[in-house]
Design a protein around this ligand. Structure first.
Ligand SMILES: [Zn+2]
Length: 94
């Protein structure tokens, strides 16, 4: 059953569980019994881990304004590096 948030004017927000589609627009406050109204909030956004939020933000920025490489990453020292020393022994084209 999903959780629905309600706000009491005196005690603040509390949550109740109802079957889907059966949440009442107003309930009695669980603390004081006053009329509490249903509040709508984006679900679970605060529960996302910070690294995931950072990764999602980076992905969004990359889609809108990707970083452009304007120089050779090794500083342009000219020597091309291969990841494996065996590559140097491979046959070269004539
Ligand atoms: Zn209350």
């Amino acid at each position: 059953m999903p959780t629905y948030d309600y706000r009491c004017p005196r005690d603040g927000t509390f949550a109740l569980r109802f079957p889907i589609g059966e949440a009442a627009p107003g309930v009695r406050c669980v603390t004081c019994g006053a009329e509490a109204v249903r509040v709508f909030a984006p679900p679970m956004l605060n529960a996302l881990p910070r690294p995931l939020v950072a990764a999602l933000d980076r992905t969004g920025r990359s889609a809108e304004a990707p970083e452009v490489v304007s120089r050779i990453p090794d500083g342009g020292r000219g020597r091309r590096r291969t990841p494996h020393p065996g590559h140097a022994r491979l046959p070269r084209p004539d």
